[in-house]
Write a protein that binds this ligand. Structure first.
Ligand code: TXA
Ligand code: MG
Length: 370
């Protein structure tokens, strides 16, 4: 599957959008920036285009794709029904990093997009290039994150090329993405908002939008509760995994994701001094085993660590900056041949919840409580 991958630089967005839209309209697959991460887009109605997306990524076919629309009106052609609560979420958060899982209209998109489910995930990205591209291509765009399956999602065009050069038709460079983690995926069931994947819209924001009208339910419910225990990733727990298979609410969450090549562990503590001490102790122990060790730390602590690489994720009080920086940092660890990554944990509030979800996935659930 070697093909010439076009690159459209940030200075050439007019030509880039025009040519990328033409490629998508004729069944091609093109990577583009959104406010969350880069997506790999193709015409959601075109079976062959959708198959090209799965092939380029090496993605398991039972993991459905999010359909991207230029505006909320575009949803009418794809979804069978929208409840008042779902409508309110669209009005509050679109364009923006919220994906809604809704009943799909028969034959509105390729069955490969929905992986045969009777629902479709839709969102309107808050990125000018993305919305111009969707409007110009004249079709709903199915787009998973533009990484090889299992790798960290791309937050820059360069990351897309690292993973997919020669496997896709092109990449539109819109610079680094703003949020840095994927959208929040929700499904409204019996009047409650189920968060299938935490992301750019926080639980607090959902709660404010829902008011007293709906409960917000985190899924898998066990994840945050188990966070303090080592080896507690639900995806690594056979019971949780088979439960997820019986009720595949967000099929993607059961796969290994966002993973660097090296091993990783999160060190978590409410006490900064204990946190620093534990991170350094673990780093020393891994280095004594002959591994190249990286520490991912807040700016305040970074200068104090001894390791083969120390990457700052920004001020401790700004988890949004850590969210923006995480995937690039994981990729940098790979480039620098790091065998073990120790990451400081963050409080699970606001965007910190999605940040810790992705860190736990990258770490295979390994959390050391200090
Ligand atoms: O921010 C994002 O959402 C990025 C950008 C490119 O928009 N896209 C993204 O797509 O993260 P992807 O394919 O990497 O993740 C899609 C997630 C998966 O966990 C998948 O299982 C879930 O959405 N999903 C898609 N369709 C679904 C459906 N019908 N029901 C339940 N979950 C669904
Ligand atoms: Mg992905």
């Amino acid at each position: 599957m070697t093909k010439q991958t076009r690159y459209w630089p940030p200075e050439q967005t007019d030509a880039g959008v025009r040519e990328a839209a033409a490629a998508i309209a004729s069944g091609g697959v093109v990577a583009f920036p959104t406010e969350t991460v880069y997506g790999l887009g193709g015409d959601a109605r075109n079976e062959e285009a959708v198959e090209r997306i799965f092939a380029a990524k090496g993605r398991p076919s039972d993991n459905p794709l999010i359909v991207h629309l230029a505006d909320a009106e575009g949803a009418a052609a794809l979804v069978a029904a929208v409840s008042p609560l779902e409508r309110r979420l669209m009005e509050t958060f679109w364009p923006g990093p919220l994906t809604l899982v809704l009943p799909v209209k028969p034959n509105a998109v390729s069955s490969r997009v929905t992986a045969g489910l009777d629902t479709v995930a839709v969102r309107v990205p808050d990125h000018e290039l993305a919305r111009r591209l969707i409007a110009a291509s004249g079709c709903p765009i199915a787009a998973p994150s533009a990484n090889r399956s299992g790798r960290p999602s791309p937050t820059r065009a360069q990351h897309v090329l690292e993973d997919l050069d020669g496997r896709i038709d092109g990449v539109l460079d819109g610079g680094p993405t703003g949020i840095g983690l994927e959208s929040t995926v929700v499904r409204v069931l019996d009047g409650a908002i189920h968060v299938l994947r935490p992301g750019g819209i926080t639980a607090e924001q959902l709660r404010e939008a829902a008011g007293a009208d709906a409960a917000i339910i985190a899924e898998p419910a066990s994840e945050a509760a188990k966070a303090g225990q080592a080896g507690a990733d639900p995806a690594a727990d056979p019971a949780a995994e088979s439960a997820a298979e019986e009720a595949p609410r967000s099929p993607g969450m059961k796969y290994t994701h966002y993973a660097p090549r090296g091993e990783m562990a999160i060190v978590s503590s409410d006490d900064p001094a204990r946190l620093r001490e534990a991170v350094q102790r673990e780093a020393d122990a891994e280095r004594a085993r002959g591994r190249r060790v990286a520490v991912l730390a807040c700016a305040e602590h970074a200068a104090g660590y001894r390791a083969d690489a120390v990457l700052s994720l920004g001020p401790r009080a700004e988890p949004g900056q850590a969210a923006q920086a995480l995937y690039a940092a994981l990729r940098e660890c790979d480039e620098r041949g790091i065998g073990f990554i120790l990451a400081e944990g963050y409080p699970e509030e606001g965007i910190g919840a999605a940040l810790m979800n992705r860190m736990r996935k990258a770490a295979g659930g390994r959390v050391i409580r200090a």
